[in-house]
Every structure is written in structure tokens, then in C-alpha cells.
Design a binder for this molecule. Structure first.
Ligand code: NAD
Length: 334
């Protein structure tokens, strides 16, 4: 066995940027469960302290408020850097276009510099949005994408494409131990009900009896992946020697209209469906080819959509209206 193929030692201390967000907080929690100490860096631009409340008291967990586009104030050893800080929902990045470009460029550079200085493993949270409105279906990692750089979504898509190029350059130029994960629509507890993404929007509307605002004709497709599966995929990549990019996402494609109807049924709601204008450059189709994740990492998603949605609806039902979950922005699409 080559040295590069030897299994890694368990990570002792991880830095998670954006660790108070939806995915970041689940990653922090899972890392703590596995025995890794965690330093969470977050500016709270879209994340909340409530997301980390459940493990805040763990002595191996530290939360530091900072903007990673300024600097990463990290002291002590680090052997894993997970760079997840970035506005992620369309409503957030349309509201924060420059901040999003800064997170993908300056934020990624600072996170890479930290990993390089410590000889740490680095994982970039990239996205299916690098494929834009894809002309290849399903999307394999070899597909270069169809992105409009000057459209409204360009601030997010191009920030992530730049971040991927920068990550690759640190690997080839500096030998930094990098990996890129392209995450497809993930869902689960700790999403904000008003963050504008399709699943939390439909759940909030269904639970309140408001009309379900389905964008376009509702026939555009997405694949939903439960956050437990997403986190397992990200950590499998971190544990591996693989540089990626690797797609991590659900494998069952559903139309947005079917998703809305399924959520309405599971929530026991009688909300009507209302078709509203589709956002500019909204992708028509979206489904990952996950062969690379399966073959290289032994990863496949396990949580069935109905079970995952039921659990997520229950989580929202417990919190909506009691003030513990911020409403966030208005719905703009998946
Ligand atoms: N959730 C998904 O389905 C999905 C899909 C593809 C990619 N991603 C990527 O995963 C990451 C996390 O997404 P999420 O869904 O958890 O979003 P989120 O908005 O819940 O989390 C992002 C976190 O980053 C923090 N943040 C943003 N800019 C920052 C900055 N400059 N400095 C410090 N902290 C900052 C926010 O406060 C928030 O806590 C993002 O990079 C996103 O692009 C997510």
C-alpha cells in the first residue's frame, strides 16, 4: 500500500467556517460526536447561535464570531479545515451579492492559507450551482457547466467556481491537501423557514395554511438530500485522500410541484398551490451523478425522502411561531 493510500488518523481539531449555519452546525455536531474538537467561525450573517445551542457547552467546542473575509483568528493546532462560510440560499445571496463574492474569494483564500500553514486537510463546500442551468443530465463532475456570469445568480455560481479554481491552485502550486465537495439541495432541521429555499418555504406555508408558492410551471426538477446524508458524504470525503470534485446529493429526482404536494400531504395541510413567476436563470433540471462518491468514498444517501420530510416538518412545527427560528427572507426558489 502506498503512503498516500494509508487511512488517515482521526482528526483532532477542526475549524469549521460558517459553523453556525444549517450544514455547518450539523458538521460541528457530528465532528464532536466522533471525538474531534471544533472551532466554529461565523459572522452570523445568515447563521444563528441557536443552531449550536445543543452542543455549545461541550468543552471541546469553541465559537468565535468573525468575518472570514477579513481574517481567520485561529490559534493552536488544526488538522482539518471545512470551509462552509457563504450565503447559500438564493434569497440570501441576491440580498448579499458582494458579501457572497467575498466569501468565495477572500474567505476561501484565508481558509486555504490556514490549512496550508498547518498542513491540514481542507474541504471546500462547493455546489451544484457550478453546473448552472445544466445541458448535461444527470450532472457528472466532468461537466463544466452552463452559468450566466452576469445574471443575478452569477454572484454565487461564479464565487464557487472561483473558489474551486483557487482550491485547485493551492493543491497544484503549494501541495495543500485539498478536496472539493459539490453539494446538491440538502434539507433538514435548522434551515430557516424563510430562507427562500423550496423545502422550508413549502413547510412553512403548509403549516400556516398559506398558499404553496410553486415557481414557474412547477415541472423543474431537483433532488433532495437529507442533511444527515450530506454530512456523512462531506466527512467521508474529508477522511479520504480524494481531491474531488465529488457530487454529494440525493438520487431521486422530483418536480418542484410534486415536492410541494408531498409536503402538503405529510403536513396534513389544505393549503392551495399558487404558481408564481420563476426566478431568472432558475435551472430546469438538477440531479447528480453520484457514481464517484459511491465508488471512491463508499457513500450513498440513506434517508428516504418521506422519512426526512416528516422529521423536518416535525422540527419546524415545534419551532414555528415560538420565536426560536428567525423567519428570514421571502421565498424566491430552490
Ligand atoms: N444547503 C445546501 O443545500 C447547500 C448546497 C450547496 C452548497 N452549500 C454550501 O454549504 C455552505 C453552507 O450552506 P448552508 O445551507 O448551511 O447555508 P447557511 O446560510 O445556513 O450557512 C452559512 C453560514 O456561513 C456564515 N457566513 C457567511 N458568510 C460568512 C463570512 N464572511 N464569515 C463568517 N461566516 C460567514 C453564515 O452566518 C452562516 O452561518 C455554503 O458554503 C453553501 O454554499 C449548501
Amino acid at each position: 500500500m502506498e503512503l498516500g493510500e494509508l487511512p488517515r488518523r482521526p482528526f483532532r481539531r477542526a475549524v469549521v467556517t460558517g459553523g453556525a449555519g444549517f450544514l455547518g452546525s450539523h458538521l460541528c455536531e457530528r465532528l464532536l460526536d466522533r471525538g474531534t474538537a471544533v472551532l466554529c467561525l461565523d459572522s452570523f450573517v445568515t447563521g444563528t447561535r441557536a443552531n449550536v445551542e445543543g452542543f455549545r457547552a461541550d468543552p471541546r467546542f469553541r465559537l468565535l464570531e468573525c468575518d472570514v473575509t477579513d481574517a481567520l483568528p485561529v490559534h493552536g493546532p488544526v488538522d482539518l479545515v471545512l470551509h462552509f462560510a457563504s450565503p447559500a440560499s438564493p434569497a440570501d445571496y441576491l440580498r448579499l451579492p458582494i458579501e457572497t463574492l467575498r466569501a468565495g474569494s477572500l474567505g476561501t483564500m484565508h481558509a486555504l492559507d490556514l490549512a496550508r500553514a498547518h498542513g491540514a486537510r481542507f474541504v471546500l463546500a462547493s455546489t451544484s450551482e457550478v453546473y448552472g442551468d445544466p445541458l448535461e443530465h444527470p450532472q457528472r463532475e466532468t461537466y463544466w457547466g452552463n452559468v450566466n456570469p452576469v445574471g443575478p445568480r452569477g454572484v454565487y455560481d461564479e464565487a464557487k467556481r472561483f473558489a474551486e479554481a483557487l482550491t485547485t491552485a493551492y493543491r497544484t502550486r503549494h501541495g495543500t491537501d485539498t478536496a472539493i465537495v459539490r453539494i446538491f439541495n440538502s434539507y433538514g432541521p435548522r434551515m430557516r423557514p424563510g430562507d427562500g429555499r423550496a423545502i422550508p418555504t413549502f413547510i412553512r406555508q403548509a403549516l400556516r395554511g398559506d398558499p404553496l408558492t410553486v415557481t414557474g410551471d412547477g415541472r423543474q426538477t431537483r433532488t433532495a438530500c437529507h442533511v444527515a446524508d450530506t454530512v456523512a458524504g462531506v466527512l467521508a470525503l474529508a477522511d479520504s485522500r480524494c481531491a474531488g470534485p465529488v457530487n454529494i446529493g440525493g438520487t431521486r429526482e422530483t418536480t418542484i410541484l410534486d415536492l410541494a404536494l408531498r409536503i402538503r400531504e405529510l403536513a396534513g395541510s389544505r393549503s392551495p398551490v399558487r404558481l408564481v413567476a420563476a426566478p431568472v436563470d432558475d435551472p430546469r433540471t438538477r440531479r447528480p451523478d453520484t457514481s464517484r462518491a459511491r465508488e471512491t468514498l463508499g457513500w450513498t444517501p440513506e434517508v428516504p425522502l418521506t422519512r426526512g420530510l416528516r422529521e423536518t416538518i416535525a422540527w419546524f412545527r415545534d419551532r414555528l411561531g415560538d420565536g426560536t427560528v428567525p423567519e428570514g427572507a421571502s421565498p424566491v426558489g430552490a
